[in-house]
Write a new protein. Structure first.
Length: 340
């Protein structure tokens, strides 16, 4: 029992030391380069934006050189002087290479796909190396998340993907991140703080259990077996097992190698209207939006035409992936209550 408690205390102490070290670096960086909000891309890491400090190994290396110099002076060792000055020169060259590994890198935001609340948002950072020297073992880290390491060849661009939890709906901005390196020997830590203008749209998480659809004027909810008419072409959706082969968009399959199914609107199907007023007020606004999200996802899977009614916003009837994204975006950007 005492051994477990000791291990827990040791692990906690190690975490506090690591976070304290990061907080000192962040405070130094914030003091020299205070936050100014999202920056226009591309962001170039100029000389003034790259900071450098010795690591723990670097401090130990410097202490060792000092002891070697004192010993050489005390015993008048010519070879000791030579070795001390050689290692000192190596450390200085290492510091230069560590700083140059970050200097003049160019960063730009990539495209991020929308996700549902509770998932992990995927952000993309494009790192371009305009120089003639390879950049090795460079890392990007958001907060206390795990760092992602990458290399960039000369005159080339690397794509770095970061996953961040998205607990709530809305527009998620990752904020500032740190780009750093300890290349080549780990004696120095060079870093820069950057905030790119990038965001990810977070849809309301669909209700866990499928709720019954609101009553419609027609007695049929999903029309025919597939929820499709045969009159007018309404768009494409992803192929689902059991779809009729005659409704598969074979031309699109030949062009993209992705199976999609044609959607048709007509008298055989029933148009659905999803209104926020059709959800119980007792659920709360977030749960009501989650129910609307579930209705939209279910209707899209059945290939049904549907529209969305929100206060001060109306999305007309439609079908297909683009229409589904438009409706879910309207739910994601729906104003949050003032008390939140």
């Amino acid at each position: 029992m005492s051994t477990d408690a000791t291990l827990i205390r040791t692990g906690t102490t190690a975490k506090k030391k690591r976070f304290a070290r990061f907080s000192v670096r962040d405070r130094v960086g914030d003091w020299i380069f205070p936050p100014k909000g999202p920056e226009n891309a591309p962001v170039s890491l100029s000389q003034r934006r790259v900071y450098i400090l010795p690591t723990n190994a670097g401090l130990l290396f410097g202490l060792t050189l000092m002891l070697m110099l004192i010993g050489s002076i005390n015993y008048n060792l010519s070879l000791g002087y030579g070795l001390t000055f050689l290692l000192t020169g190596t450390g200085i060259v290492c510091m230069l290479h560590t700083w140059r590994n970050l200097a003049h890198l160019q960063l730009a935001p990539g495209k991020s796909e929308p996700v549902f609340a509770g998932d992990r948002a995927r952000f993309t950072v494009l790192a371009r190396n305009p120089g003639r020297v390879s950049r090795c073992s460079v890392a990007i880290q958001f907060g206390d998340k795990k760092a992602r390491y990458f290399d960039v060849d000369p005159r080339w661009e690397a794509t770095v993907r970061i996953r961040i939890p998205a607990p709530q709906r809305g527009l998620l901005r990752p904020g500032r991140f740190r780009i750093f390196t300890t290349y080549p020997l780990g004696l120095f830590y060079a870093w820069a703080n950057v905030e790119l203008d990038m965001s990810c749209l977070v849809y309301p998480a669909p209700e866990a259990e499928s709720a019954s659809l609101p009553e419609q004027p027609s007695t049929s909810v999903f029309g025919n077996a597939a929820g499709e008419g045969d009159d007018d072409f309404a768009g494409l959706r992803q192929y689902h097992l059991g779809d009729s082969p005659r409704h598969i968009a074979w031309k699109a399959v030949a062009r993209t190698d992705v199976f999609t199914t044609k959607l048709f609107s007509g008298s055989a199907g029933t148009d659905l209207w999803f209104d926020l007023a059709d959800t119980p007020e007792s659920l709360g606004i977030e749960q009501r939006l989650s129910r609307l999200s579930r209705w939209i996802v279910d209707a899209a899977q059945h290939g049904q035409r549907y529209g969305l009614n929100l206060p001060e916003l109306r999305v007309k009837l439609g079908a297909g992936d683009a229409h589904q994204a438009q409706c879910l975006e309207a739910l994601a950007l729906f104003p949050k209550p003032a008390n939140r």
